[in-house]
Write a protein that binds this ligand. Structure first.
Ligand SMILES: Cc1cc2nc3c(=O)[nH]c(=O)nc-3n(C[C@H](O)[C@H](O)[C@H](O)COP(=O)(O)O)c2cc1C
Length: 378
């Protein structure tokens, strides 16, 4: 292929233009202390910028300390955390990538183990190793299971406080230089537990029917949109379905997408699962592009931009998703960990970067010279 692939067609969202359609998906790293950026994060996010991803999401950033998944998560709950984030955004922008932040509250999944420690509640051994649990809040007072921390059920006042935390974090994210913000409504964290009929058994105005269960997500999003600059896009990540009998389903996701679009959300980021247990665990068979149909249905039925995610592994697969009209953006998670240079490798695979011109010049010049010395065609 020599013509410009869709994957490398810029996408303008409000006043921000992504140079290509490849987005690094939010991925917790467990490397922060007190929610602060350190050298690890600069290097971690920086490598994706050198790899020329169009936009790069931070991991889920907690809007209050109790909203962290683990004690190693990033956060934006006070102004002192802005300057570290500025280091990240400065570097990403200097390399031509759009810096994006995911704003999150863990709810009853707060204070848990890392994925590789088991993704369960903290054990005596974790506590002995210095990982101390904290009080968590949720949609109800129900823990995930009896061995997890029992959360405090949020009162309407508590809900208002968390909405204010999202707003304050969004303001800080703007001050830190992020150009995209995403509200995390997926994977069994606080907002997802409000959405799902399995976890939301409240009988006040934040529970009951679909409108009641969507209310918290819509109020947070509306409040964030009001302070998030009009020229900057807002994304929303949803678990498109719980994957459990009687749970949140695609009809609900499309209804939510329409309501969010009306509030000024620009892109639905269509993940799935994770209502209980590990972040994305669900009874959804894993195969390349397994969640793409969710993005396709939302794009079709809510007539809005979508981002597909989940086992998108190479350029041709990503290009086919866009060509099929299934999504406007592709989010790359673990494949970006495996290959931080995913975007430039995709360009090579799609034949639109024969002379390594998409690479940082100080890499590409050498790679081109090496290729020619090996007699590779330009
Ligand atoms: C190490 C790791 C950390 C993750 N952390 C987050 C996160 O902070 N927020 C989120 O919404 N999803 C998170 N996810 C889910 C990914 O964003 C992505 O949706 C998922 O890994 C599927 O995409 P993939 O098959 O390309 O990895 C995480 C995934 C991994 C592998």
């Amino acid at each position: 292929m020599t013509s410009q692939p869709m994957l490398f067609t810029p996408l303008a969202l409000r006043g921000i233009t992504l140079p290509n359609r490849i987005v690094v998906s939010p991925m917790v790293q467990y490397r922060a202390q007190d929610g602060e950026v350190n050298d690890y994060h600069i290097t971690h996010y920086g490598k994706f910028a050198l790899g020329r991803a169009g936009a790069i999401f931070t991991e889920a950033c907690a809007v209050e300390p109790a909203g962290r998944v683990t004690d190693g998560d990033l956060g934006l709950w006070h102004d002192g955390q802005i300057s570290g984030m500025q280091r990240v955004t400065r570097f990403l922008k200097a390399e031509g990538s759009v810096p994006a932040i995911q704003l999150a509250h863990a709810g009853r999944k707060g204070a848990m183990q890392t994925a590789f420690a088991g993704n369960g509640p903290l054990t005596a051994a974790d506590i002995a190793a210095g990982h101390h649990p904290w009080a968590v809040v949720s949609v109800t007072g129900e823990p995930i299971s009896p061995d997890w921390i029992t959360p405090d059920m949020l009162s309407e006042r508590g809900i208002a406080r968390i909405i204010a935390d999202f707003v304050a974090a969004a303001r800080r994210a703007d001050a830190a230089g992020f150009d995209i913000a995403e509200v995390h409504g997926a994977h069994g964290y606080l907002m997802a537990t409000f959405l799902s009929p399995i976890t939301n058994t409240r009988n006040d105005g934040y529970g009951g029917d679909l409108a009641g269960r969507m209310r918290f997500a819509l109020e947070v999003t509306q409040a964030v949109r009001e302070v998030w600059p009009a020229h900057k896009p807002l994304f929303f990540r949803v678990s498109s379905l719980d994957g459990a009998q009687g749970g949140w389903d695609m009809g609900d996701t499309v209804a939510l997408a329409k309501a969010l679009k009306a509030l000024g959300v620009d892109v639905m980021d269509c993940s799935s699962g994770g209502l209980t247990g590990s972040a994305t665990a669900a009874i959804i068979p894993r195969h390349p592009g397994f969640q793409v149909p969710f993005a396709a249905q939302v794009r079709r039925e809510a007539a809005m931009n979508t981002m597909a995610v989940g086992l998108i592994l190479d350029g041709p697969q990503a290009e086919a998703i866009l060509q099929a009209g299934d999504a406007d953006l592709v989010a790359i998670g673990r494949q970006a960990l495996y290959d931080p240079f995913f975007a430039v490798h995709a360009a090579e695979a799609l034949g639109c970067d024969p002379d390594f011109a998409r690479w940082p010049e100080n890499h590409g010049w050498w790679l081109d010279k090496r290729a020619k010395s090996q007699g590779r065609p330009r």
